[in-house]
Design a protein around this ligand. Sequence first.
Ligand code: NI
Length: 152
Amino acid sequence: MALRKIVTLGDPILTKKSRRVEKFDERLFTLLDDMKDTMRNQNGVGLAAVQVGVLKRAVVIDCGDGLIELINPEITEASGELQHEQEGCLSLPGKFGVTERPKSVIVKAQNRNGQWCFYKGEDLKARCFCHELDHLDGIIFTSHLTGPLETY
Ligand code: NI
């Protein structure tokens, strides 16, 4: 188990676009394993590689129904129906706000072996997919707020 330091808001890396993963090698596996440990240690439901300072298009998600690793992910379908729920981010500790997101999405991504898979997300998982994929393009959830950003 290896924990990595989570980058917080104000670090310019969070605004950068991550690069596609080309090599599915040990280095990627170690990154994904460390991201999982770091996310679980912080009781998060998702983490993007950029949040541990690595500009690669890699994400881990666990909304309570098992770990998903998304490499080079893309949203291929988003519902017209929207949801407005509270969201937070491990890079903005203690900050929460209600965002507008699709109620359901379909994501296409590679797994750690490079195989393409499809994932459906509804409600929390849809928010999580959208939130983490945004990180890969340097976008923070505060861009989707429909109300104030609150501090707890
Ligand atoms: Ni986040």
